[in-house]
Ligand binder design. Structure first.
Ligand code: ATP
Ligand code: F6P
Length: 423
């Protein structure tokens, strides 16, 4: 790299002959293609041989035509596409050492010692383990005559850079994972559509959103749609949630609201760790309030469709940074995750992020809810506090007209004021 008046100039062909492979793993997410494109083009610019590994870890384990060299035009016209053009999978084989042994052999055979992993917490946890085991995997391959002593020596270091591609935003160490923003767009669009029909029929809608054990999507969806209630896994509803929920819905109706929206994260639980499903919430509302209530499960719509501008840029920036991280690494470098910190792309140690992400799961298993929320990070914590505060606030009396109905303009001011106040 050359310094030109304070800015870095990365020379074309500076890393000629190095082998890099990129693959996408776990649930697909919008923006993965932008990241793949960026890795390929940055790699080629630097003179590397860039490979696609198709179908995630399964392709790495199976090898053969799943590992193919990419060229500049293989990634033309994909930045706007949802999903991942190189396929993704959940792979049981890679969870076993035997599978990882086959994967190691395939990488050595293709001369690949640099990996860009684009996936969620599971994929990056797998990558962390793979990197730790690499020397012992090569030893075993050598011992069983599957690789030569020369190959053992030449490929002794495996460098890994992870990009967090998942709609769940459940990985510690980055502000936003690639795909979350687009999924939120899908969710908000759907809620806005539901609100109009709910208004006409004075209905209550329960919307189930994805996120696995992470409530980020549910929380931000609730905040941005003024939902009346939200169930998120990290901060389970109080034991008497049924009563509190019904009271809240009743209050809103009495204030003149024609509809209610409740957001349920697919991983929502109560304080005992038992699931709170959308159907269970519906039963509580119908049995107690006799409201006309419907459930909408958004499902994979959230993962589909074109990526937002944010996710395209995020994927592009992260992809280029991942290649640079690999090229600058030496045998002492720890594997890293390319993260978003504020507006900066930063490299953080993969092992640390995996450890912290596991700690969230542990805190939830131990029912240490406050710890779980804190471990999710500041932005999660602030969103949760904001939402709780907004839903606790009751409108003053002058928010109602003579018939006791809510004045719409008042609500708008009230909401905006409070949002500004807590932000
Ligand atoms: N502990 C692990 N050890 C080895 N491999 C793992 C491990 N966890 C996950 N993997 C590998 O990563 C793959 C993807 O993991 P997972 O299904 O958890 O999705 P993810 O990467 O978390 O993505 P998403 O957040 O979109 O679901 C698994 O199918 C498996 O092959
Ligand atoms: O597509 P699948 O394998 O059904 O997985 C669904 C899961 O994947 C995610 O979409 C991404 O992790 C989760 O939100 C959801 O629980």
């Amino acid at each position: 790299m050359t310094e030109i008046e304070g800015s870095k100039f990365i020379e074309r062909g500076a890393h000629k002959g190095k082998g890099i492979a990129v693959f996408t793993s776990g649930g697909d997410s919008q923006g993965m293609n932008a990241a793949v494109r960026s890795v390929v083009r940055m790699g080629i610019y630097l003179g590397c041989k860039v490979y696609f590994i198709r179908e995630g870890y399964q392709g790495m384990v199976d090898g053969g035509s799943n590992i193919v060299e990419a060229n500049w035009s293989s990634v033309s016209c994909i930045i706007h596409k949802g999903g991942t053009i190189i396929g993704s999978a959940r792979c049981k084989d890679f969870r076993e050492r035997e599978g990882r042994l086959k994967a190691a052999k395939n990488l050595v055979e293709n001369g690949i010692t640099n990996l860009v992993v684009i996936g969620g917490d599971g994929s990056l946890t797998g990558a962390d383990l793979f990197r730790q085991e690499w020397p012992s995997l090569l030893d075993e391959l050598l011992k069983t005559n599957q690789i030569t002593a020369e190959q053992r020596e030449k490929y002794k270091f495996l460098q890994i850079a992870g990009l967090v591609g998942s709609i769940d935003n459940d990985f510690c160490g980055t502000d936003m994972t690639i795909g979350t923003d687009s999924a939120l767009h899908r969710i908000i669009e759907a809620i806005d559509a539901i609100v109009s029909t709910a208004y006409s029929h004075q209905r209550t809608f329960i919307m189930e959103v994805m996120g696995r054990h992470c409530g980020y999507l549910a929380l931000v969806a609730a905040l941005t749609s003024e939902a009346d209630y939200a169930f998120v896994p990290e901060s389970p509803a109080p034991d008497n949630w049924q009563k509190k929920l019904c009271l809240k819905l009743e209050q809103e109706r009495q204030a003149g609201q024609r509809l209610n929206i409740i957001i349920v994260s697919e991983g929502a639980i109560d304080r005992n760790g038992d699931p709170i499903t959308a159907e269970l919430v519906k039963k509580v509302v119908v049995d107690n309030l006799h409201q006309d209530t419907r459930v909408t499960v958004l499902g994979h719509v959230q993962r589909g469709g074109n990526p937002s501008a944010f996710d395209r840029i995020l994927g592009s920036r992260m992809g280029a940074e991942a290649v640079m991280a690999l090229m600058e690494a030496d045998e002492t470098t720890e594997p890293c995750v390319i993260s978003l910190d504020g507006n900066q792309a930063v490299r953080v140690p993969l092992m640390e992020c995996v450890k912290q992400t596991k700690a969230v799961a542990q805190a939830m298993a131990d029912k240490e809810w406050e710890k779980a929320v804190a471990l999710r990070g500041k932005s999660f914590m602030r969103n949760l506090e904001t939402y709780k505060m907004l839903t606790r606030l009751k409108p003053p009396k002058d928010a109602f007209d003579e018939q006791g109905r809510g004045k719409v303009r008042f609500y708008v001011h009230f909401f905006i004021y409070n949002l500004n106040y807590v932000a």
